[in-house]
Design a protein around this ligand. Sequence first.
Ligand SMILES: [Zn+2]
Length: 236
Amino acid sequence: MYGYGYYGLFWDPTYVFVLIGVVICLAAQAKLRSTYAKYERIGSLSGMTGAEAAQTILRSQGIYDVQVVPVSGELTDHYDPRDKTVHLSQSIYGRTSLAAVAVAAHECGHAVQDANGYVPLRLRGAMVPVVNFGAQISWPLILIGILLRGQTLVSLGILLFSLSVIFQLVTLPVEFNASRRALALLENNGILQRDEISGARSMLGAAAMTYVAAAAGSLLQLLRLLILFGGNRRDN
Ligand SMILES: [Zn+2]
C-alpha cells in the first residue's frame, strides 16, 4: 500500500523522512509483538476464550446479528461491517489469555460502533473504495509525472496519496474508541477482573500505537512529497 518499491528511483536528502517513518513503524510493531508475547502467557481468571468473550459482549449489547468466526493467520483479527462478522485469528479465538480476550473485545468494539452508527466508522467505510483506488495509482502517477515532467500528474498523484493519509488519520479515533469500549465491556461483563484490565489496556495500547505509527509514517511521506514537488509549479 505504501509503494516502497518506488523509493529507490528518487533518492535524495528528504529520503530520511521515509526512513524515520519505517523506523517508527518497526518500533511500534516490535512493541506490539513483545506486549502480545507477555499477555499471551497470562490466562484470564474467568477462563473465557476469545470467542466466548466476544459472544458475551455482543449479547450484552443486544447484538444478535453479528457472527464470530475463526480466521487463519496471525494478527488477522478484524470486524467486517459488510457481512457483520467478527473474524478472530486462531490464537485469539480459542485461547483464554488476557491478550486473546482483549483483542476479541476490541473487535467487538467495532461491531458495537457499527450497531450504534458511530460516525468515524461510517466515514472510514465510505472512504475504502476511493482510498484503495488512490493507493494503487498514486505512486505510478507521480513517477510518470516525473518522467514526463508533467506537474499536473505529479500533483494528482500527491492528492491521491494524501487521501490515504486522511484515511489513516480517520482510522485513529475508530481504533482508540473501539479499545475504550472493549475495556469497559470486559469489566462490566465480568470477563476480566479490575486488576486484569491494566494488562488488557497495555495490550490494546500497543496495538493502537501501530496505527499511530503508520499514520505518522504516511504523514512524513506526504511531507516529503510536498517538499520535493509541492513548490515546483513555477519551474515548468
Ligand atoms: Zn480495530
